[in-house]
Design a protein around this ligand. Structure first.
Ligand SMILES: [Zn+2]
Length: 310
């Protein structure tokens, strides 16, 4: 059976919170089988918050978790990197309420995970396999999951902006495709919204270093992909869907959705118990033995600023 995985060793980096603008240290640490992904606030007596929909909290423009009034915000890019690299069990330590924004993409987190290395653990991984369609819509925003043999995402967006009238992409999400096609895509914002965000005390750490900013007719900084915007929406959806607590096997189709709809949908999935089964997948050929390092399938992206291996 495909085995659960954790990190081979701990890694850390320093960045800033997008909304607070405050400096934050993030550490990723190995964890035992069936532990899952759990956040730990080292500034609050190591208070733990499991990364599941049970602890979803309302935050503007990002996905956050809260329990007993302790919160962790902007978790989605890190979660997307962890699930796509097949990290089932990990402790995510933070000394502040926000996961650092890094460059606005998941590439720096991929780098950290690759630096830590991956280790197979002596227990099979369980997947949430979709067997009947599940759908949710709110006005023009729609999201659905359909049965499929792979985890696949189709995303389409349209905004009232010359560069964003319509973008659509379908991608089968594997470790390789995520690292190459999705992880480097950065978050984006509209210049006209930046002032409003600042007045509301949000995006205080935001800059051209960690977001693509759209002016009236074009972008203020160079794009990494022509359709970087829809690729980033795929990244967000993968990260938000991780809150179901299992890797999903199914075809996710989303149109004009966002964090609020992604996370409401993640909760809905767990309620619709007729629509899925928990399954264990056959062992991949040439898999490494238990405890052995898992070979990396991609060259590491460039090191993020402030990344250290501890
Ligand atoms: Zn995002």
């Amino acid at each position: 059976m495909e085995a659960q995985r954790t990190l081979r060793r701990s890694v850390s980096c320093v960045g800033i919170g997008l909304h607070s603008g405050c400096k934050v240290t993030l550490s990723l640490k190995p964890a035992p089988t069936d532990h899952g992904i759990r956040f730990r606030r080292t500034d609050l007596n190591d208070f733990e918050l499991p990364a599941t929909v049970r602890h979803l909290a309302e935050f503007q423009l990002a996905t956050g978790l809260a329990r007993d009034q302790v919160s962790v915000e902007t978790v989605e890019h890190l979660l997307a990197a962890l699930v796509s690299m097949g990290v089932d069990n990990v402790v995510v330590e933070l000394n502040s309420p926000e996961v650092p924004i890094m460059d606005g993409s998941a590439a720096p987190f991929i780098y950290l995970i690759q630096e830590a290395g991956l280790k197979r653990q002596p227990k099979p991984r369980r997947y949430l396999k979709i067997v009947r369609p599940i759908a949710l819509s709110r006005g023009e925003k729609r999201i659905a999951l359909y049965p499929s043999d792979h985890f696949k995402v189709t995303y389409s967006i349209s905004f009232d902006h010359p560069l964003l009238r319509h973008q659509s992409r379908t991608l089968t999400i594997t470790e390789e495709s995520f690292v190459e096609e999705v992880a480097p895509a950065r978050t984006f914002t509209f210049l006209k919204d930046v002032e409003m965000l600042r007045q509301n005390g949000l995006a205080l750490g935001g800059s051209l270093e960690n977001a693509v900013v759209l002016g009236e007719t074009g972008v203020l900084n160079a794009l990494r992909f022509e359709d970087e915007f829809v690729r980033h929406k795929i990244l967000d959806a993968v990260g938000d869907l991780a809150l179901v607590g299992y890797p999903v096997i199914g075809h996710l189709v989303a149109h004009r959705a966002g964090h609020a709809l992604h996370t409401e949908f993640a909760s809905r999935i767990l309620e619709e118990t007729q629509a899925w089964q928990l399954v264990e997948m056959p062992l991949e050929p040439a898999a490494a033995p238990i405890g052995a390092p898992v070979p990396l399938k991609n060259p590491a992206p460039p090191a993020p600023k402030g990344a250290v291996v501890v």
